[in-house]
Design a protein around this ligand. Sequence first.
Ligand code: FE2
Length: 178
Amino acid sequence: MDIQKIHHVAYRCKDAKETVLWYKENLGMDFVLAIAEDRVPSTKANDPYMHVFIDAGHGNILAFFELPNSPEMGFDANTPDWVQHIAFEVPSVQVLEQTKEKLQAKGIDVVGITNHVLFKSIYFRDPNGHRVELAAPTATPEMNRKLDEVKWEMLEEWSKTRRAPKHAAWLHEEEFQA
Ligand SMILES: [Fe+2]
């Protein structure tokens, strides 16, 4: 396997400058690079763009395109709005709690803390409407081992029944009882 890491993932944004400043202010993520052209290098289409790279830690890059000549961005109407998201790892549940408070103090709506047992998460929207998750790892080696054992069975069962297999129901037991 020669894949090293995520080089970058690219989303569309409404305003490149607003987006760069928002990620710096709210998540401490640095602006790395701007690439802008009047033509698209891969397709040669005439379509001016600003492409910004933002540091997501450890060499991972979150990228955005601002495209002034396209209609305002929308989202896939057939997919529930909690589905498509990007999750960043934070070092601890304490950092997760602190960040939640900081975001809320700035008037940002935060969902969670949600307990996924393997990690705890909060969810919120960036200025473009993209759903962002912050996740603090809480898994033990034992949990990871148990899940690894059942992953193929779960996938097989799902592919036949389209109903959630119960092998790992322990993951969200507490969250659903809350
Ligand atoms: Fe997620």
